[in-house]
Design a protein around this ligand. Sequence first.
Ligand SMILES: Cc1cc2nc3c(=O)[nH]c(=O)nc-3n(C[C@H](O)[C@H](O)[C@H](O)COP(=O)(O)OP(=O)(O)OC[C@H]3O[C@@H](n4cnc5c(N)ncnc54)[C@H](O)[C@@H]3O)c2cc1C
Length: 394
Amino acid sequence: MTVFDRLDRRRTWTEDERIVLDQVRRLCNETIAPNAAAYDRSGEFPWPNIRAINALGLNGLFVPEAYGGTPMRYRLYLECVTAISEACASTGIIYATTFHGMGPLIEFGTDAQKARLLPRIAAGGLGALAITEPNAGSDATGMRTRFHPDGDSIIVDGGKILISNGDVADLLLLFGKWDGIDDPRAAISVLLLERPTPGLAVLRLEDKMGHRASSTAALAFEAMRVPRENLLGQPGQGLPILFASLNRSRPSIAAHALGIARAAFSDMVRYMNERRQSGRRIIDFQGNQFMLADLATELAMAEAWLDHVAAMVDDGETDFGIEASMAKLRASDLASHMADACVQMHGGYGYTSDFRAERLMRDAKVTQIWEGTNQVHRQLIGRSFSAREPGERR
Ligand SMILES: Cc1cc2nc3c(=O)[nH]c(=O)nc-3n(C[C@H](O)[C@H](O)[C@H](O)COP(=O)(O)OP(=O)(O)OC[C@H]3O[C@@H](n4cnc5c(N)ncnc54)[C@H](O)[C@@H]3O)c2cc1C
């Protein structure tokens, strides 16, 4: 039994949770992992994987019962994301993105909004979270998409880039600025965009380094009319809603990155035990053992930290933004380092598509970029220790 088995054994899953995990792991082993390389090569959206995930009712894990879900602990949702991402990072991010987009509706939506929109998600609909624009990435306050109130409607003009699930989502959480509010922070508002809506267009799908089977879309909105009842919160409440929702999506991004790290770790260990040079297995060279020891320790720490953050969420704590940033930062840096080491330990073969090491390396990179780049997370974490000066706004 390894340190990771012992870590897993201490996770006290209930019987129902164990059943869900067993089903997810079986699906991953039998269907999702064996097809991951082919989807990576073709870049096709993995609809059969999504249908299989929906057949297990996995969106229901985070949708309240009153709206068609069978909610379970956040830790279980995170473990499902890790398991699916370990098998296929593209499929993992497609599944997790629905949670990232719909979490704010669950947390901040009215009963009427939830009753109308959530059953579709519980039944397997896809969600998206649309924040980024050409001139507004790390600093979302630079967004230019406009929300113009017009009677019972909101007229939307503008566009978004790099939106995961943007072309396939049934429901998009869309951020923009409310006409008539001058302060760029206070103007940010958020609405629920249902597909189809006239005026919503997909401009292009990105040709990416990794996550090639997940879709990443540039969207345009031209005089797009959205019912006013689809506004989430009040005009100008977008930023607090955004921050609160990112706190829950960042551990989910960490869980996804940990899936890639786990895959790279297990492939690396397997190969190091098999491959012989100079009459010895390459795991027997001390320099390689030092490297493996550091990465295994990092993986154990990152997993344990995710358990900690999830326990905070499951216990109902609300102030966990820095913990979430730490989880995202550490897991994504680890995924990149682990995948890089995995390629290195496979030697020349690691650079070919004979092994999945090179795909894991391509898939890992973006985890350091999305949901706040790791530079931004380092700033958030560092700044949390800086004493506030009189009159300073954070
Ligand atoms: C595959 C993919 C999927 C994505 N999915 C989504 C999605 O579903 N929804 C969505 O809204 N967005 C999505 N994004 C966008 C992603 O969140 C942004 O790319 C990210 O936030 C960075 O913004 P940017 O690309 O504009 O980079 P910039 O903000 O321009 O940053 C460029 C560089 O400058 C650094 N930098 C910027 N500001 C600072 C600072 N204050 N201090 C130090 N360094 C700084 C950054 O760390 C980075 O290295 C996705 C991106 C990718 C690649």
